[in-house]
Design a protein around this ligand. Sequence first.
Ligand code: ZN
Length: 432
Amino acid sequence: MRVTWTAGEPARDGAGGSDGGGGERVWRLTFLLDPEDATTGVCTDGQRMELRTNSCHVRLPPAGPAAPYAGRGEPYVHPDLLAAAAWTMAAPWTRRRVTFDRAISPELAEAISDGWGVEAGPVGERPRTGSRLAISYSGGADSVAVAAILPDAPLVHFQRISHPRVPNRWTHYRSDVLARLAARTGRELTVVRSDLEFLLASPRPGYPEHHAVAAGALLLAGELDLGGIAMGYELGSRWLGGDRYLCRYTPDNPMWAPEGRWGRVFDAAGLPVVLPVGGVSEAVTMRVALESELRDLVRWCLRGSGDGPCGTCGKCLYKELIQAAVERRPLATTVTAKSAVARKWQESPPYGGQEMIEYGCARVPGIESTPFARAAELLGATEESTRWLDHCYPPAIEEIPEPWRERVAAYMEGVGLMTPDECARVENWGIG
Ligand SMILES: [Zn+2]
């Protein structure tokens, strides 16, 4: 795999949207496969994927006065940041070797070698560091909770834009609405726009690796002096196997453990991944988000308009269950058990995100007349059996890098820490 980044002028090649202008900076990524590489691959979470094309753009807002330049008008970005960003898009297709266009640090080369068995180079740069923590902010309940816990951290929002050579059949995906909501937070905000999701032909446009959402934060880390990137991955994603490894305790989660392959790559690039809500469930992040001043800007639905979420997609149904449970009220949905989006809840467990289905089914009044009736019956969860999901799993706090740990720990003491018995619920998840 050979990777090249070029800094270009906005819109000269007709890429992406046209509403940027005004000094927007464009970084163009191209990668060329070596003979042993493949156009099919597997995401670190196990999802099989197919590559559609080999180039994309990341568009940054106009440079501030502090932005460093490498000469001839090209902005300076540390090569480890460029390489780490490229790796979030190139890793699934690379088999033996990755050659970057600028020398990287030995630390980053080692992280890639240990994590993937891929030789990375050339090597010959010193590692970088930074000091501020930014939040990768999507606007969903989990990242709003992170923003509420860290009220002075700057936000970086990833906005999908169209690719110049790939037809966008996903026009219902309203990334413009989400970017507008992010702007209304009143927080220090950088919106990064990219067509990188269109690198994938299947299963659908999306991040080649989950970490590609941070591509913009990586490119900006030098000028924003970033030393960490906080993400909204919660207990389920970090410790319970998330959506795709069903029901399995995952202390060694390759995506989100600090010593996992991706944790090491980001750490080597001087931008360790920080999970401030990694120890709490989506019930807690929902509660924190709804109690925050950003409450009206919470939006997990990718389809809704400026007027609100669509209310009919699978994500809306799932999050409505959690919100109704937190608010102790009946489910407000027009979705029925016969709807396609509710089909999986008519089948037997295990389910992705099962801990939250249990939590919701145990708490929502009248669950027996909702699309979750069958799941509720099969799971047989009670308030008592799901109370651990109201508390924080302490090992998640230990994982937070030292500069920010104390602050998150203080917040989580307010939420309440899990007892040893409750910790055992996490550690035996999927077994007992
Ligand atoms: Zn929706």
